[in-house]
Design a protein around this ligand. Structure first.
Ligand code: MG
Length: 257
């Protein structure tokens, strides 16, 4: 099942997207908290504005260097246990929304990633039960100001700037995250082409590890790390990230005014 959050000009609503990604059947409430019931209204995807499919209630948890080939291109090895960081929910934007590059960074990179949406409260969840707390999956761009990441000594600004966490286009609830292809294009040129099968720590392990540190709440998001091929994106360019069985997240990059 694909769940989108969208607007037709009024307040945001949720809906079920068909397999072709062309039609949305509106539902009554937030499916994270209420049973899914159709309102009867339908729309063409082309006629609505898709929004970030979830606004994280408490946190986005990022995972650093979770693909060995990306850790290598950053000049190191993948850490033996998952390296976690936090992104404020004010960084989240939706499909098609511009990523705004502030004047105090000169080196911004895209990072195509599988995002996990948590469906229920979870603390100290064992690895073998971890996937049962997942609501679904979407696509993320873990946009990073590389110069701030190096200069600040920690990653709060580098990864937490406003608009630096695009999510979308919708949530797929019936995905097996073990081996999904992730492809990133920069203005149409393929720059990342990896598979979630190459994660150092898999989705279940990441959830278990994160839940030892933090109570996970419905609507929390875990970004699972990026494959090799990260690189600079500048204003005027567009980044598209496609994950098999989910869809494509596309965002233009602009300079702050
Ligand atoms: Mg990342």
């Amino acid at each position: 099942m694909r769940i989108a959050r969208f607007t037709t000009g009024e307040d945001p609503v949720y809906g079920l997207v068909d397999g072709a990604g062309e039609k949305i059947a509106e539902i009554t409430g937030d499916p994270l908290y209420t049973k899914i019931e159709l309102t009867g209204a339908t729309h063409l995807v082309a006629d609505v504005r898709l929004l970030a499919p979830v606004i994280p209630r408490s946190k986005v948890i990022g995972i650093g260097k979770n693909y060995a080939d990306h850790a290598k291109e950053m000049g190191g090895e993948a850490p033996s246990s998952p390296l976690m960081f936090l992104i404020p929910n004010t960084a989240v934007v939706g499909p098609g929304d511009p990523v705004v590059i502030p004047g105090f960074t000169q080196e911004v990179s895209y990072e195509g990633e599988l995002a996990v949406i948590i469906g229920r409260v979870a603390k100290d969840v064992p690895v073998d039960q971890a996937l049962s707390v997942v609501f679904g999956y979407t696509v993320a761009n873990d946009v990073t100001a590389r110069d701030l990441q190096r200069g600040d000594g920690q990653w709060a600004r580098a990864k937490g700037l406003d608009t630096f966490c695009p999510l979308g286009p919708w949530i797929e609830t019936s995905l097996d995250p073990a081996a999904c292809r992730i492809r990133t294009t920069l203005d149409g040129d393929v720059v990342q082409d990896g598979s979630t099968s190459d994660m150092v720590h898999g989705v279940a392990e990441l959830i278990a590890h994160a839940s030892q540190a933090f109570t996970l709440l419905p609507g929390d998001v875990i970004l699972t790390g990026t494959p090799a091929g990260v690189g600079q994106v500048v204003a005027g360019q567009r980044v598209d990230i496609e994950i098999d069985q989910i869809g494509t997240l596309s965002n233009p990059f602009v300079d702050a005014e």
